[in-house]
Design a protein around this ligand. Structure first.
Ligand code: SF4
Length: 116
């Protein structure tokens, strides 16, 4: 959940192995992993949660999102199916999130998103 709304839903395997929302990806990157070498620092999610009494238009995560594109600040993304499973994500860029999802031992950063 983010800003009071479900932003991704699926089985534990789907969510942990194949997160398809940037917030979920950020959460997973901000916790220690037992299957990786110990790192000095974790990757926090930049920015602050929105004021729930004054939510912006479009996607509530947009001000903090490295994948944000113009559409994100205009249209609120609905929960949409990811493939044929029960996995759903409320992200216009869910395909791009998958594309940068790193193998267990690599860290990559999203490229090509234009912030508005
Ligand atoms: S809809 Fe846009 S701003 Fe919201 S999480 Fe997806 S890419 Fe980021």
């Amino acid at each position: 959940m983010y800003a009071g709304k479900i932003i991704e839903r699926g089985t534990a395997r789907e969510i942990y192995a194949n997160p398809r929302h940037p917030y979920t990806l950020g959460l997973l990157r901000s916790v220690p992993r037992l299957d990786e070498p110990r790192r000095a620092r974790l990757d926090p999610i930049e920015g602050q949660p929105p004021d729930l009494s004054r939510l912006p238009g479009g996607c509530a995560f947009a001000p903090r999102c490295a994948f944000c594109v113009e559409r994100c600040v205009v249209e609120t993304p609905p929960l949409r199916p990811i493939g044929a499973s029960s996995h759903v994500s409320a992200c216009w860029e869910a395909e791009r999130v998958r594309a940068v999802r790193e193998p267990a031992r690599e860290r990559t950063s999203p490229q090509g998103g234009s912030r508005t």
